[in-house]
Design a protein around this ligand. Structure first.
Ligand SMILES: Cc1cc2nc3c(=O)[nH]c(=O)nc-3n(C[C@H](O)[C@H](O)[C@H](O)COP(=O)(O)OP(=O)(O)OC[C@H]3O[C@@H](n4cnc5c(N)ncnc54)[C@H](O)[C@@H]3O)c2cc1C
Length: 130
C-alpha cells in the first residue's frame, strides 16, 4: 500500500514538507482549517492598505494543483489517536496515516497583556494535547 502522509497545517512549515516530498511516491493529505495559505510577514502591508488581501492569501488547492500525489482538505483537527494512527477531525471523522506531520504554527505572546489578543491581526490557533 502507498505510504500515507498527513500534514496538518499549510503554513510555511507544512508547505515546505509537502514540497520536499515531491516525487517520494507518498499519498499526501494536507489538512488546514483555512482554505488558504497566509503569508504572515506581509500582514502589516495589508493592514496599512499597501497590499490587497489576495496578495498574501492563496488558496491551498491552487498551490497544489499540479501535485497529483496531494489531496487538500479543509478541516479542523481536534486530536490525534496515536494508538490507531488516526487524525481526529472536527465532527468526528478520522484520517488514517502512516506518517504524521504537525505544522500548526505557534501561539502568540502578549507579554502579560492578554487583552491585546482580541485586537491583534492573527486569530488564535487551536491547540490540543496529544
Ligand atoms: C505580522 C508578522 C510578521 C512576520 N514577519 C516575519 C519575517 O519578516 N520573517 C520571518 O522569518 N518570519 C516572520 N513572521 C513569522 C512567520 O510568519 C512564522 O514564523 C511562520 O508563518 C510560521 O510558519 P508555520 O508553518 O510554523 O505556521 P503558520 O504559518 O502559522 O501555519 C500554521 C497553519 O496551521 C493551520 N492550523 C492550525 N491549527 C490547526 C488545526 N487545529 N486544524 C487544522 N489546521 C490548523 C493554520 O490555519 C495555518 O494555516 C511574521 C509573523 C507575523 C504574524
Amino acid at each position: 500500500m502507498t505510504h500515507r502522509v498527513v500534514v496538518i497545517g499549510a503554513g510555511f512549515a507544512g508547505l515546505q514538507v509537502v514540497l520536499g516530498l515531491r516525487g517520494a511516491g507518498c499519498q499526501i493529505t494536507l489538512v488546514d482549517q483555512r482554505n488558504h495559505h497566509l503569508f504572515q510577514p506581509l500582514l502589516y502591508q495589508v493592514a496599512t492598505t499597501l497590499l490587497a488581501t489576495s496578495d498574501i492569501a492563496w488558496p491551498i488547492r491552487a498551490l497544489m494543483r499540479e501535485r497529483r500525489d496531494v489531496t487538500t482538505l479543509l478541516a479542523t483537527v481536534e486530536g490525534v489517536d496515536r494508538a490507531a494512527r488516526e487524525v481526529i477531525l472536527r465532527g468526528g471523522a478520522r484520517l488514517p496515516y502512516d506518517t504524521l506531520v504537525i505544522a500548526t504554527g505557534a501561539r502568540h505572546a502578549y507579554f502579560g497583556k492578554d487583552a491585546w489578543e482580541a485586537d491583534a491581526p492573527c486569530p488564535a490557533y487551536q491547540f490540543w494535547t496529544i
